[in-house]
Each structure stands twice: as structure tokens, then as C-alpha cells.
Design a protein around this ligand. Structure first.
Ligand code: SAH
Length: 266
């Protein structure tokens, strides 16, 4: 495989967003899996606070808003996504308890212990699973929950072509078991982990992309950067259909361990 192939990070941010902003979600996921993950989280009420990090245009944010009474702060780097999210919140009539803000996941503008839940779908790998679990913990209340999806190996032996592609995108990608250890070592009790079904990728993520790619190529006819971007997205989609038994996303749900009373003997 061509090792000179660009990574998604090499493309212009505006081009990536011109493509992705038209979709309801910018990563694999679905209302059903968001609701399933939410079912592991107890005691949410109208005073609870959820942070949804790397929220994109808020596909999962609206599901959280419709299935809890909590107040939700949704954060993303991209202002256009946050505008769309805030408009969608108004359309759904949840603007009083859902606020989108621009910010970075690796430097959160929140107070320590502010949140009952930290949520993040399809975004943590761009900063790093372990790094974020450690950084985000201080913003959780005692006994607060974390629920994130991340790219995960589903098998122990993977085809070289697949490994080569994804190790460039996400150098820290691990198996379900490795991720649970990282969660535990970061100070959370693992509550649940489940692999997202294939339809979260094929139906939600890739199906709308083909028509969108054709439209993008037409609009920017002759633009080499756009052609390269579309080629990259198509390679990624092909790798998925060829090797989907080896990898995917998993939800990892943990509960912050209250370590106030643990005496350190080591
Ligand atoms: N959660 C959404 C979006 C996933 S795409 C969904 O599942 O549909 C990943 C998102 O993470 C993008 O919106 C991107 O802008 C955002 N992102 C990437 N790095 C970020 C960072 N450092 N801080 C905040 N958001 C980031």
C-alpha cells in the first residue's frame, strides 16, 4: 500500500467540514447505541450536567437531550458545527438546557467536579484515549460517569494493510481488553463496554458519503486537493467493507472511583 498516502489530518480543515457538516453525524454511531450507553448511567435528573466533547453538529447531543432532563454543554473545535448544533437545539425546543460552545477537548474550560457525565462519541482518538481519560476525570463529580466511543481492534491478528492505515490515524488503537485496562488504570470502574454494530458504520457513516463525494467533486471540478480527499475517504470505506470483522468502534463506560479514602501503601 502507498505509504505516501495522506492522513485525514493533512487535509484542509475547511474542506473536511464542507464535506462533513451536511451529515447528521460526523462519525459512526446511532441513536440506539447512544441510548444503550445511557442505560448504564444512573441517577440523572434535571440538575445533572453532561459535557458532550467533540460533539460535532450534535447528533448524539440531541439524543442525550431527548432522553434525559440533564443540562448539556456540548463542545467542539469547529464553530460552524457549534452553530448548527445550537440551531438544532432551538428547533427541538431544548435550547434552555443544551448549549454548544467552541473549545478544545485537551484544554477544557470547565470547573473541577462540574459534571455528572462526560460523553464523547467518535472524537477522543484525535487527542488520545488515555490522555483524555486522565484530563477529563477532574471535571467529573465524585461517582460521575464517562462514556466514550473509540476506534478498537476486534481481533488479535490484523491484516498488515489495515494496521498500516489505522496506526497512522490512531497510533494508540488497542483491543477491547486493553482499553478496559486503560480505563481502570485512569481511575474509573469499568461499567460496560460494547462494540458498535456494523450498521453504525455502513448505514450511518458511509452510506451518505458516496453521493456527497460526487457532489463535492462536481462543485470543485479539477481541484487536486478535493480529489485527493475523496480518494482518501473512499479508501477508508473500502478498508471497512473488506476488514470490518477486525475493527470498529466500541463504547466504554466507566464510573469515577472515589479515591479520597484509599490509603496509598505503595
Ligand atoms: N461526536 C460527533 C462528531 C464526531 S467527529 C459525532 O459522533 O457525530 C469528531 C469531532 O471532534 C469533530 O467535530 C471535530 O471538530 C472534533 N474535534 C477534533 N479534535 C478536537 C479537539 N481537540 N477539541 C474539540 N473537538 C475536537
Amino acid at each position: 500500500m502507498n505509504t505516501e498516502r495522506p492522513s485525514i489530518r493533512d487535509f484542509d480543515f475547511n474542506l473536511i467540514w464542507e464535506y462533513f457538516i451536511q451529515f447528521d453525524r460526523q462519525g459512526p454511531g446511532s441513536p440506539d447505541t447512544t441510548i444503550k450507553a445511557l442505560s448504564f448511567i444512573d441517577n440523572l435528573n434535571d440538575e445533572s450536567k453532561i459535557a458532550d466533547l467533540g460533539c460535532g453538529t450534535g447528533g448524539q447531543t440531541m439524543i442525550l437531550a431527548q432522553n434525559t432532563k440533564a443540562r448539556i454543554t456540548a463542545l467542539d473545535l469547529f464553530p460552524g458545527a457549534i452553530n448548527k448544533l445550537n440551531n438544532n437545539a432551538e428547533t427541538l425546543g431544548v435550547q434552555d438546557r443544551v448549549k454548544g460552545i467552541v473549545g478544545s477537548m485537551d484544554n477544557l474550560p470547565f470547573k473541577p467536579g462540574e459534571f455528572d457525565v462526560v460523553w464523547s462519541e467518535g472524537a477522543i482518538d484525535s487527542v488520545g484515549f488515555e490522555k483524555c481519560l486522565n484530563h477529563w476525570k477532574k471535571f467529573l463529580k465524585k461517582g460521575g460517569f464517562i462514556a466514550v466511543t473509540n476506534l478498537t481492534w476486534f481481533t488479535n491478528d490484523r491484516p498488515a494493510e489495515l494496521e498500516e492505515y489505522y496506526l497512522r490515524e490512531v497510533p494508540t488503537i488497542g483491543t477491547m481488553g486493553e482499553n478496559l485496562s486503560i480505563l481502570q488504570n485512569a481511575g474509573y470502574l469499568p461499567i460496560a463496554a460494547f462494540a458498535l454494530p456494523e450498521s453504525c458504520w455502513s448505514d450511518v457513516y458511509y452510506a451518505p458519503q458516496e453521493a456527497a463525494s460526487v457532489k463535492l467533486l462536481e462543485k470543485h471540478a479539477g481541484n487536486k486537493a478535493v480529489e485527493e480527499f475523496v480518494r482518501n475517504m473512499r479508501i477508508e470505506a473500502e478498508l471497512f467493507s473488506k476488514y470490518k470483522q477486525h475493527f470498529g468502534y466500541a463504547f466504554n463506560i466507566g464510573k469515577k472511583i472515589d479515591d479520597d479514602n484509599i490509603s496509598r501503601t505503595r
